[in-house]
Write a protein that binds this ligand. Structure first.
Ligand SMILES: [Zn+2]
Length: 344
């Protein structure tokens, strides 16, 4: 029998409710045979699809972590049909530190899903999620927020993938989640993010940004739970409670490079727009000030496109190249349906 460096005592194929850990070998001075213990739960009952619910890929994004720990404590396995895998603190060292990246290796879990997995704790976690968890899944919901440096308007997100049938099924799931903003991107992500691993494994990839600024927001937590439970209902895994049933108005949005505004120089960032505000191309977005050079006038920041303000940098002092704003452009449902029709 071979010994793996990442394993779980949870039986992925057994019925019922199991709560345990995924263990990642981590040999250090104070613990030669030590492990990192990632909390992991499996709920399985009857036949139905398998979904992976994941949060804590970034340790300073809290709404998803809370929604999933609450789900682990309260979900009655006899009510489900299918299998729910739950990873509420995916990069556990980052979660414990309340940081975006792991203090063990500076690893950013959601940038660790490239063509090869790094031989680091974070890389090994990404490899296990891809080869052991996603390989068993039909659907993957990965919960994010803006983290410590960004405030993010609550929205759901979907990678529509590269073929029409998967795109149509993914878009139907995104619509069912019924977040206030529904953000769909066509194709396979180019960066080494979890969505790329999912699209390549032909697993439906859904995600969302729920809050940010390194704090917990109750309104955003509500949107995260709404997305989780409406998705489980849509997949016929778990009937949703009455409180999630009423549809709300959703706007369909997309993203392109001109929606991002980066700091042209260092300074103290003074934003003038608010989250959710609709802005025009050329509109004054904010200033960068340099109190260390008081005679220098502040530098004006202007939007390059029209759109809804989805992201605002939440930290004052900024360096050249920091993302200060991200907009989302509005699109119509019919345009997305038409675009999917033209896919192979
Ligand atoms: Zn994140």
């Amino acid at each position: 029998m071979s010994l793996s460096t990442v394993w779980t005592e949870v039986d992925l194929e057994a019925p019922g409710r199991q709560v345990g850990f995924i263990r990642v070998e981590h040999s250090v001075h104070r613990s030669a045979y030590g492990t990192i213990a990632l909390p992991f739960a499996v709920f399985a009952n009857g036949s139905g699809p398998t979904i992976l619910l994941m949060a804590g890929s970034h340790g300073d994004e809290y709404e998803g972590q809370l929604a999933l720990t609450r789900l682990i404590r309260t979900l009655d396995v006899s009510r489900i049909r299918g299998r729910i895998l739950v990873l509420p603190a995916a990069n556990q060292p980052a979660v414990k530190a309340g940081r975006r990246t792991s203090p063990l290796d500076n690893g950013n879990l959601n940038r660790s899903f490239g063509d090869r997995f790094a031989d680091t704790p974070t890389g090994q976690i990404a490899a296990f999620i891809t080869e052991e968890l996603l390989a068993r899944c039909d659907v993957f919901l990965d919960l994010h927020s803006g983290g410590s440096s960004l405030d993010h308007i609550p929205c759901s997100y979907a990678d529509l993938g590269t073929d029409r049938s998967m795109a149509q099924r993914t878009f139907a799931a995104l619509e069912a989640m019924n977040a206030p903003l529904s953000w769909a991107q066509a194709g396979c992500p180019e960066g080494p993010v979890a969505g790329r691993a999912a699209v390549r494994k032909r697993v439906m990839h859904l995600s969302g940004e729920f809050g940010g600024g390194g704090r917990l927001d109750h309104g955003a937590l509500d949107v995260a739970e709404r997305c989780i439970y409406r998705l489980l209902d849509h997949l016929d895994i778990l009937e949703m409670e009455e409180k999630w049933r009423a549809d709300i108005r959703t706007r369909f949005v997309f993203n392109s490079q001109e929606h991002f505004i980066y700091a042209p120089q260092e300074g103290v960032f003074e934003p003038l727009a608010r989250l959710g505000e609709t802005v025009e191309a050329g509109q004054l977005a904010g200033y960068l000030h340099r109190p260390e050079l008081p005679m220098d006038p502040p530098v004006e920041i202007r939007f390059k496109a029209e759109g809804t303000v989805a992201v605002i940098r939440s930290m004052g002092r900024s360096e050249q190249g920091d993302c200060l704003f991200q907009l989302l452009g509005e699109t119509r449902r019919e345009e997305i349906l038409e675009m999917m029709e033209s896919m192979p």
